[in-house]
Design a protein around this ligand. Structure first.
Ligand code: M6R
Length: 609
């Protein structure tokens, strides 16, 4: 969602700030703004739309030259997409400028209080309230004013603040939203995401919730909002610059689809032991006894991560024989869930910052559940709030449409399943067979990717159609949901995914002449039933695109188009069957002329409820 970049040091900072902001464009936003203190005075510029609009505006008013500044990309929550609502926001007395990610939940009450004190607001945002509050509490020390203001607010925030009256001082703080302080030579680069920092430094302070840092070109001081000094945790950022560049690809989504074999090899490295029929997951090792005695698994997530979690649910029940359920985090957290002894809650999230997933996890922990994370971003909020976990290790995912994180999540959940199953009923031989099958996944994905041109040609045939169905059964019912989500989020085609059997209970009414219906029809326990469903669609004029197992010639009699995937045990098949669907969605979006990596209205990481 929103992106933050700030700088204090000895160099003119405008170009560094804008370059950082461009690195954060993938997070999704609708307006952008920058503030710099130049010759002791605050200069501000905002624009609706892309960062390039902001650059054009700066060019026309004259570029800024100060050595301290902040900039921001906003994804609208409180108030529409307007320049007035774009960040930075300022107070009305002291030349204080604030950028903010998150939501100040008690902003309405604070606004009334501040209006009664005579403050006049120019925007509808919660952030302007925070800027005014800091201004109201300012008595010549910005750090103290920020601490005092943050003691008054509830909600989530990552903020950066500066003030005309202290032109060399930047104050940053976080609670519930990510913020990283990069340490350079005589300078600090602050951002909500490491990708805006790694071009300058790999040394960084990772802040805990309620930490406040006062920064000048000469050094920094870390404290809590109650002014208790904190010893900072300084770490090396692991991100490499080339991991966040397009490297010859047209889009990050395309790059990430094609990176899947490599990403999964990395995910499996050192974790699979086919010889002894066991999976080695260091992150779970300390909880072996609790995991052996598990009675129930609740997997919780949103979006694509929920689809992976659903596959995890099927695998854990089927292979480890533990009752399992996958649930939207947003529903789980508010429905007063029952957490009995022996329950483990598994939060699945690429970013590790999804607000609903984090909140669901906290709810479950408060009720006594053991918590595990299946997360990609190391050190993210969710990963820091779990008892244990397994990282995906698929590398940074920049494309808003999640691809390699999905296959990584399913791969990790497969490993977690085998880890649990071996502690219960699964023999070493059975486990070894599945491990050997898992090891073939990267090569098999490569074979599917080699069919890219054919998949594009099939997509071309149907790309003008505005309604699509995705149908699957068992392990590939969640894959159908994922195929539909991929198509709709980047190509804006209406698509519905569902269990193939559900079609007859209503959605079959939608089928008309030529409507594309994508069937996950690979070999599995319910293959014959899927064939019957295919015929029901054909009988009503629908066009069937079947994802089938190599060697299945029979299916050509029923489907207009067949996309083949290599054979693999059914429980692992979603990692293969999803790949043609990812490619179809990608090609459909490109063919329709959409900006694949910046789909309208979407943010990469949904950090508000
Ligand atoms: O970062 P997370 O995995 O927690 O994100 C969850 C969803 O917001 C995410 O998977 C979303 O559905 C994807 N953009 C879909 O491609």
């Amino acid at each position: 969602m929103c992106g933050i970049v700030a700088y204090v040091g000895k160099k003119p900072c405008q170009s560094l700030l804008l370059e950082g902001l461009k690195r954060l464009e993938y997070r999704g936003y609708d307006s952008a703004g920058i503030a710099v203190i130049q010759d002791g005075a605050l200069r501000l510029c905002k624009a609706v739309g892309r960062v390039s609009n902001l650059e054009d505006k700066l060019e026309s008013i004259g570029n800024f030259s100060g050595t301290i500044g902040l900039c921001h990309t906003r994804w609208a929550t409180h108030g529409g997409v307007t320049e007035a609502n774009a960040h930075p926001h300022t107070d009305d007395r002291n030349g204080i400028a604030v950028i903010h990610n998150g939501i100040i939940e008690n902003y309405a009450a604070l606004k009334t209080y501040l209006q009664e004190k005579g403050h006049v607001f120019k925007s509808q945002t919660d952030t302007e309230v925070l800027a005014m509050l800091i201004g109201e509490l300012y008595e010549g020390d910005l750090e103290k004013a920020v601490q005092a203001a943050l003691r008054e607010v509830t909600g989530a925030y990552a903020i950066a603040v500066m003030c005309e009256r202290e032109p060399g001082t930047l104050v940053v703080a976080r609670k519930g939203s990510p913020l990283i302080v990069g340490i350079g030579a005589d300078e600090f680069i602050i951002a909500s995401d490491a990708s805006a920092i790694v071009a300058h430094t790999a040394r960084a302070i990772t802040l805990e919730d309620y930490n406040v840092v006062r920064l000048t070109a000469e050094g920094f001081r870390t404290s809590t909002i109650h002014d208790v000094p904190v010893t900072p945790r300084i770490e090396q950022l692991e991100l490499e610059l080339q991991e966040i560049e397009l490297s010859g690809h047209s889009h990050f989504m395309q790059k990430e689809i094609h990176e899947q074999p490599k990403a999964l090899r990395n995910c499996f490295r050192g974790r699979l032991d086919a010889k002894d029929g066991r999976v080695i997951l260091g992150g779970l090792a300390d909880h072996g006894k609790q995991l052996t005695n598990l009675r129930r698994v609740v997997l919780t997530a949103q979006g694509t991560a929920l689809h992976a979690a659903m596959i995890g649910e099927y695998m854990i029940e089927d292979l480890a024989k533990i009752p399992s359920i996958a649930e939207y985090a947003s529903e789980f957290r508010y429905r007063n869930p029952i957490i009995e002894d022996g329950t483990v809650v598994v939060a699945v999230s690429q970013s590790g910052e999804t607000a609903d997933t984090l909140a669901a996890l906290q709810e479950a922990r408060e009720r006594g559940a053991l918590s595990l994370g299946v997360i990609n971003v190391v050190g993210s909020s969710i990963s820091r709030n779990t008892d244990a976990g397994v990282y995906l290790r698929v590398g940074p995912e920049i494309g808003v449409a999640s691809t390699k994180a999905f296959t990584g999540q399913v791969a990790v959940l497969a490993m977690v399943t085998l880890f649990l199953a071996r502690r219960r009923f699964m023999s070493a031989d059975q486990c070894a067979d599945l491990i050997r099958a898992l090891e073939t996944v990267p090569d098999k994905i490569e074979a599917i990717l080699a069919q890219n041109d054919r998949i594009r040609r099939v997509t071309e045939k149907y790309v003008e159609r505005d309604n699509w169905l995705f149908l699957g059964r068992g392990y590939n019912y969640p894959t159908a949901l994922e195929g539909a989500l991929k198509l709709k989020e980047i190509s804006y085609i209406h698509a519905e995914g569902m269990p193939a059997a559900e079609m007859k209970h209503g959605p079959i009414a939608l089928i008309n002449e030529g409507m594309p219906a994508v069937f996950l029809a690979n070999r599995g326990r319910q293959y014959e039933k899927v064939m019957s469903n295919i015929q029901e669609v054909r009988a009503r004029g629908g066009h069937v695109i079947a994802v089938a197992t190599e060697g299945d010639e029979e299916i050509r009699r029923y489907a207009q188009d067949v996309l083949y995937v290599p054979d693999i045990p059914e429980c692992l098949s979603p990692m293969l069957t999803v790949v043609p669907l990812q490619l179809m969605a990608y090609h459909a979006a490109v063919l329709r002329g959409h900006d694949v990596d910046k789909p309208r209205n979407l943010a990469k990481s949904v950090t508000v409820e």
